[in-house]
Design a protein around this ligand. Structure first.
Ligand code: BGC
Length: 814
């Protein structure tokens, strides 16, 4: 039954009119993408669709892994790219565009954004996630949600929570302590829920400390609703339901896709058996009806969107997403001069998005090769040599594969047509739009071990020789390197961080022929650069840049656009340096988050490890100076102000990052944590004042015993920099703290009893000052004695306080 725009459902009346069977049925999908309707009561069904960086509404046979084509939609850069923009305002504009495309396709909810942390650089789905830092992911995710929802279309914040790997994603237990959950894995969700109220939250497939996210009342109700005030509906990830009745009781409202009635039967049986209350069913049904009421006003046929304007926005976003890692001055390229050799198949067959459920069928695709030729329009000759072929997915990865053109991986055949073509004249045969039958890899849900082997396809000496000839005859070589599509996908994790070795061999050969080399990277998750980057004068990390990535890349190379991107994740020197080594992807159904709080830069900082490029790094075509740091403290609200000056010759955008340190903490705290940032664009020579305001959460940690956020009074460091390792200004502030006294129990140590203001006095009175000094402050044994729980001491022969007296005192003083 189709939705009616403007219609509003009378929920209390409907709840009275619906039978238990109908209410239970509402908690199941109608098919892959639609909710159930109840014709007799005029309850329509609505459509939800992936997400997150473009719309993937399937026109024909539905599935959730991009097996079948979807209607054309704008493919914006995936989150790995967008995160590097550090630009919430841009994310909101993209959200608005996505919302409009949803309306045009009559879609009620866009399934995204995904804000899981990049715990390991090997996670196959890192291209879909924003960052290793929860503040950055939360700020950007909230901005995107605001944009989409401003159009009367919902979002689905996913995957809640601790879904940080693809291996065994449907069953693995993420074993992680609460403080780490609260400080690292939850805050992005918390920020978005509390600030932007996504219409839906999607629960993760995995278990957390043994309990499926889909049936965890602490997670779905205690934390999400009771603590954060979530008002919307919780939907399962596609196939995440294990025990449907436990899910309803825990707060999982809607099961997707349709269970074909199996879930409904389990719910009804449980209600009849008295193990599930009908109230729980009513509550979940109410949320489904509320979702319909939110969605109906925008669902009108005949709405359109401006594909040209959205493509232009995708181009702007792509330019903002690329990160200039290094530049010895070779960039930007002049518009006049000798030939430019463009080398690498990615230049004409771009890899601009990842594989799996987020795969969009783009409205069009720009290639960097065409864009450079168009932009230079004969003022500089552009030679091309593919240099290598982009392999199709390995057989193990392609058991249920996509055939969409949208990933734009080239088949070997398409690419190798250039082998015999003269380097100076080869045109873009086999470009993305020609490539509709290219078999590319999409991991099936739960599939594992399909990760591409970087060396699976050997380099082609003929292609390398052709590239060398092109480079030798050119003034500069721009080499497009990157990961083949099968190397990173939903459904399985990567096994290493390296570019294919034949691509590195190509780079060496090209650099031997012409030392003026620029490298442009296409990869959704981090790759090692240390083994080869000294061969390049400049490296532009392009991530996956969406459908307009080609033109945006040309804009950046030619200086039409200035690089503004900053790394949202650290690029380590070596795979072996990463925080999860030895504890990823786990074993026997468990993955231990043994590194605790220390993911990303928190880890590299704690271990004093050199990194290839630090979190927050990114160059511009200009330079910036930081001056006049001033900090004002009002209670625990801290205003950080400074002046930023563009000291170069070109306009540019700087991202000022504010990190907080807590050098005097009574618990372990990471060396520094990002707590705020600001972005500003300045013409050459201009200065501007910047203010970043921090609230008390910026200084708090999750107290494991008190089980709340607490600020420990004392000194905090404020660091302001251009990256986590380029701190330009620094100061210290003093803040008042919370009362951190924990309740006394008989098991508390003597030390805790003695330092407790009231209990300490009582103990000294009972024991006498002399005994206290001799027993507990003796230089040799005192520390050992103070570490003994008072109850145990009370059982020692001759101790002057009895166990019942300890218990009575604990009750009195706690
Ligand atoms: C993914 C979700 C996606 C859903 C629907 C799942 O396999 O984990 O991110 O939204 O499928 O396609």
């Amino acid at each position: 039954m189709a939705p009616h725009a403007g219609a509003s459902l009378d929920i209390p009346a409907l709840l009275g009119a619906l039978t238990l069977e109908e209410k239970a049925a509402l908690l199941d999908g109608a098919d892959f993408w639609r909710t159930q309707s109840v014709e007799r009561l005029g309850i329509p069904s609505v459509t939800v669709t992936d997400g997150p960086h473009g719309l993937r509404k399937q026109a024909g046979e539905a599935d959730h892994l991009a097996l079948n084509d979807s209607v054309p939609a704008t493919c914006f850069p995936p989150a790995a790219g967008l995160a590097s923009s550090w630009d919430p305002e841009l994310l909101t504009r993209i959200g608005v565009a996505l919302g409009r495309e949803c309306r045009a396709a009559e879609v009620a909810v866009l399934l995204g954004p995904g804000v899981n942390m990049k715990r390991s650089p090997l996670c196959g789905r890192n291209f879909e996630y924003f960052s290793e830092d929860p503040l950055l992911a939360g700020e950007l995710g909230a901005a995107l949600v605001d944009g989409v929802q401003s159009q009367g279309v919902g979002t689905s914040l996913k995957h809640f929570a601790a879904n940080n790997q693809e291996t065994d994603r449907m069953t693995v237990s993420a074993d992680v302590d609460e403080r780490t959950l609260r400080e690292i894995y939850f805050p992005a969700f918390e920020r978005i829920v509390t600030r932007s109220q996504p219409w839906t939250v999607m629960c993760a497939y995995n278990r957390i400390n043994g309990t499926y996210a889909s049936e965890d009342p602490w997670l779905l109700t205690g934390v999400l609703r009771d603590e954060w005030g979530f008002q919307g509906l919780v939907v399962s990830d596609w196939g995440a339901v294990d025990r449907r009745d436990a899910g309803v009781a825990a707060g999982l409202d809607l099961e997707m896709p349709s269970s074909g009635g199996a879930g409904t039967r389990v719910i009804l049986d449980a209600v009849h058996a008295g193990t599930l209350s009908e109230k729980d069913v009513d509550r979940a049904a109410t949320r489904v009806l509320e979702l319909l009421n939110r969605a109906l006003p925008a669902l009108r046929p005949g709405q359109t969107f401006d594909a040209g304007a959205h493509h232009a926005l995708a181009r702007e976003a792509a330019a903002a997403s690329a990160v200039l890692l290094k530049n010895d001055g070779i960039l930007p390229l002049a518009r006049t001069g000798g030939p430019i050799a463009v080398i690498g198949e990615f230049a004409r067959t771009p890899r601009f998005q990842g594989t799996g459920s987020s795969q969009v069928n783009p409205t069009r695709v720009d290639t960097a090769l065409d864009a450079l030729r168009d932009a230079l329009d004969g003022t500089r000759e552009v030679l091309f040599a593919p240099g290598f072929t982009i392999p199709a997915a390995s057989p193990s990865a392609s058991t249920s594969n996509s055939t969409a053109a949208s990933t734009a991986a080239s088949t070997s055949t398409a690419a190798s047509t250039s082998t015999s073509a003269a380097a100076s004249t080869s045109t873009s045969a086999g470009g993305p739009s020609d490539d509709a039958s290219a078999a590319v890899g999409a991991g099936a849900a739960g599939a594992s071990g399909g990760g591409g082997d970087a060396d699976a396809d050997a380099g082609d000496p003929g292609l390398i020789a052709e590239a060398v000839r092109a480079a030798a005859g050119a003034e500069v070589a721009v080499v497009f390197l990157g990961l083949p599509p099968a190397d990173e996908s939903e459904g399985y994790d990567r096994t290493h961080l390296d570019l294919p070795s034949h691509q590195i061999a190509l780079l060496h050969a090209v650099a031997d022929a012409n030392p003026r080399v620029v490298v442009v990277l296409s990869n959704g998750s981090v790759v090692t650069v240390t083994p080869w980057q000294e061969r390049a004068g400049a490296v532009l990390e392009g991530w996956l840049l969406g459908q307009a990535g080609g033109t945006a890349t040309a804009d950046l190379l030619l200086g039409t656009a200035t690089p503004v991107g900053r790394l949202a994740e650290t690029i380590p020197v070596r795979y072996e340096d990463n925080p999860t080594i030895g504890a990823f992807p786990g074993e026997h159904g468990h993955v231990r988050y043994g590194e605790g709080l220390l993911i990303g830069y928190r880890w590299y900082d704690a271990h004093r490890l050199p990194v290839a490029y630090p979190f927050g790094h990114g160059l511009s075509y200009t330079s910036f100076a930081y001056d006049d740091l001033a900090v004002t403290v009002d209670g625990r609200r801290v205003r950080v102000t400074l002046t930023v000056t563009n000291t170069g010759a070109r306009p540019g955008t700087e991202v000022v990052q504010v990190y907080v340190t807590d050098p005097e903490a009574g618990v372990y705290r990471p060396e520094q944590e990002l707590r705020g940032f600001a972005r500003l664009t300045l013409p050459p020579g201009q200065s501007e004042a910047v203010t970043v305001t921090l609230d008390d959460r910026a200084f708090a940690y999750w107290h494991p015993t008190l089980r709340r956020w607490t600020v420990e009074g004392g000194a905090f460091g404020i660091r302001v920099g251009a990256s986590s390792r380029d701190i330009r200004l620094e100061t210290t502030i003093e803040l008042p703290g919370d009362d951190l006294t924990t309740p006394l129990t008989p098991e508390a140590t003597m030390d805790a009893w003695l330092t407790h203001p009231a209990a300490g006095a009582w103990l000294r009175e009972r024991l006498g000052d002399v005994l206290v000094e001799v027993m507990f402050f003796d230089p040799t044994n005192g520390q050992m004695m103070r570490a003994i729980p008072l109850r145990r001491l009370s059982r020692f022969p001759g101790f002057p306080i009895t166990e019942p007296q300890v218990e009575e005192a604990a009750a009195r003083f706690s």
